[in-house]
Design a protein around this ligand. Structure first.
Ligand code: F6P
Length: 361
């Protein structure tokens, strides 16, 4: 009898839209083309691999999930020491436990769906001897080696809708509104939602802001007869004066910061600088929730199918990505090597500037 192909699947890190579409893409393709396939879904990301907690996935498990949010397998954030080890919350190395599950199941390959951090930790699994294929998921779009990650478009849709809704109330009350957008230290999501929502200023981590410059954008609008202003603020936005501080100094400042997020601090500064009533909206995890948009469902499906094809070819050690519209396989060490920040000469930044948005620089 032909040898079985045994594949493990897990979703790790923060969830996002499209995870189930990607899982479905892997499972349906493997069941369709590979005889003697066995697929095991690890529960809650690396936790399932560490604790030997998984489900055997039948074809039916991959049905009816393309439109559901979250992840049918659950996910978790596992601490890791960059470039060195994946650890538990006490700092103990969990690699032996993970290897144990991998070997006990006699897996040919483990497919890891994860964000920027997970690409790096998955590389450690590969270094430890596992056959790994990864898929890039995150609303942050900050994974190196791929133009796009699934989850990003869906989150951009939501953040844009928030900015759209804020417009009418901002206008009615003649207020400045700050909408804080997720994305960690990368500005992709804020820039996209900012342009799509017609924000008047867009503050992203890659372009440190000067509060006087943001205030000038608002004053200019007032002179043009605009009674309200909308600012898309990345959660990782940083002022020019904070940017030049050491990491330690920044941490101390953050601990002493009376404002819960950066937007509240900017709002207080702008109120002082302009005298105008200012409010903050933080959609937070709402941006990661619910159904994937059709674009993400298609992208995640393409990624899932491509991962299955790699498994059929017994090619491991790659992240599936998309470059210039084409699906590509990126060596995992390359994908894990750095974070994809928004280049400050990105054409979309100029597009926003050309339509009058300020960046606070
Ligand atoms: O990486 C995805 C992301 O949603 C970031 O945009 C955000 O900073 C972070 O995760 C939030 O993490 P958590 O879900 O652990 O609060």
């Amino acid at each position: 009898m032909k040898r079985k192909t045994r594949v493990g699947l897990l979703t790790s890190g923060g969830d996002c839209q499209g995870l189930n579409a990607a899982i479905r893409g892997v499972g349906k393709t493997l069941y369709q083309y590979v005889d003697n396939i066995e697929i095991f879904g690890m529960y809650d990301g690396y936790r399932g691999l560490i604790e030997n907690d998984y489900q055997y996935m039948r074809p039916i498990d991959f049905s009816g999930i393309i439109s559901t949010g979250g992840t049918i397998l659950g996910t978790s954030r596992q601490p890791y020491v960059p470039g060195k080890a994946i650890v538990d919350h006490e700092g103990n190395d969990v690699m032996p436990a993970m290897l144990d599950t991998y070997n006990r199941l006699n897996l040919d390959c483990l497919v890891v769906l994860g964000g920027n951090g997970t690409q790096k930790s998955a590389k450690l699994l590969q270094d430890a001897g596992m056959n790994i294929i990864t898929l890039p998921k995150t609303i942050d779009n900050d994974i190196y080696g791929t133009d796009e990650t699934f989850g990003f478009q869906s989150a951009a849709d939501i953040a844009t809708t928030v900015i759209d809704c804020i417009h009418s109330t901002a206008l009615a009350h003649r207020r400045i509104f700050l909408v804080e957008v997720m994305g960690r230290d990368a500005g992709w999501l804020t820039l996209t939602a900012g342009i799509a929502g017609g924000a008047d200023a867009i503050l992203i981590p890659e372009i440190p802001y000067d509060i006087e410059s943001v205030a000038r954008t608002i004053e200019r609008r007032k002179k043009e007869g605009r009674t309200f202003s909308i600012i898309a603020v990345a959660e990782g936005a940083i002022s020019k004066e904070d940017k030049i501080l050491s990491e330690e100094e920044r941490r101390r400042l953050k601990d002493a910061n009376p404002y819960s997020t950066i937007s509240y601090r900017i709002a207080a500064d702008l109120k002082r600088a302009t005298g105008q009533e200012t409010r903050v909206t933080v959609p937070g995890h709402y941006q990661r929730g619910g159904q994937a948009c059709p674009y993400d469902r298609v992208l995640a499906t393409r990624f899932g199918v491509a991962a299955a094809r790699l498994i059929m070819e017994r090619q491991y050690g790659y992240m599936i990505g998309v470059q210039a519209g084409q699906i590509v396989r990126v060596p995992l060490e390359e994908a894990a090597s750095q974070t994809k920040f928004l280049p400050t000469d990105h054409p979309l930044i100029q597009t926003a500037r050309d339509t009058g948005a300020g960046f606070g620089d």
